[in-house]
Design a protein around this ligand. Structure first.
Ligand code: FES
Length: 180
């Protein structure tokens, strides 16, 4: 664990993190890891640097590797900088059968990036992710907390247009939200 870590939560985010930790019995504070990673991701620019993960480890009194293992497993955590709108297209079986590859290719062409990349203006990041549990409305993608379902190329156009018009403020989102 890095004790010289310069990153720190804002007062509000720290208070939220402490409330989350207190929900669990003494010695089981690691159970608050995923909620704290959401707060950290929001606080520190939409992604988790190693310093950010070290800081979370220090709050939970666990090792950094325990944090890295979890953060690198779940696709909702970004381990490198991302754009303001993170587009996550599901490419697992049912979505794939109903055209998720075409959706990904279409977005790649439209935004001039490949999956895993961010546009030069820092507006969009495109990711492909595994099943988001909305197989009945495939093909689908997630942006922030919103599911966009039964996608067509025309719907994708509308969604991207709307994203440009209403920039999602990921940075403050989770720190303002009480996670149930
Ligand atoms: S396969 Fe895409 S949501 Fe399940």
């Amino acid at each position: 664990m890095n004790n010289e870590n310069k990153l720190k939560f804002s007062d509000d985010a720290l208070a939220l993190a402490q409330r989350m930790i207190k929900r669990y019995p003494e010695g089981k504070q690691k159970s608050a890891l995923i909620p704290l990673l959401h707060v950290a991701q929001a606080e520190f620019g939409g992604w988790l640097s190693s310093d950010a993960m070290d800081y979370v480890a220090s709050l939970l009194d666990i090792t950094s590797i325990e944090v890295y293992e979890v953060a690198s497993f779940y696709s909702m955590f970004n381990l490198k900088p991302v754009g303001k709108c993170v587009i996550e297209v599901c490419h697992t079986g049912p979505c794939w059968l109903l055209g998720s590859d075409d959706i990904v290719k279409y977005i790649e062409k439209k935004l001039s990036i490949k999956a895993g990349q961010t546009t030069a203006d820092g507006m969009f990041t495109l990711k492909t992710v595994e099943c988001l549990a909305s197989c009945g409305t495939a093909p689908m993608m997630q942006i922030g907390e919103t599911y966009h379902e039964n996608l067509t190329l025309s719907k994708v156009d509308d969604i991207i247009h709307e994203c440009k018009a209403t920039v999602v403020d990921h940075v403050t989102h989770w720190s303002k939200k009480e996670i149930k």
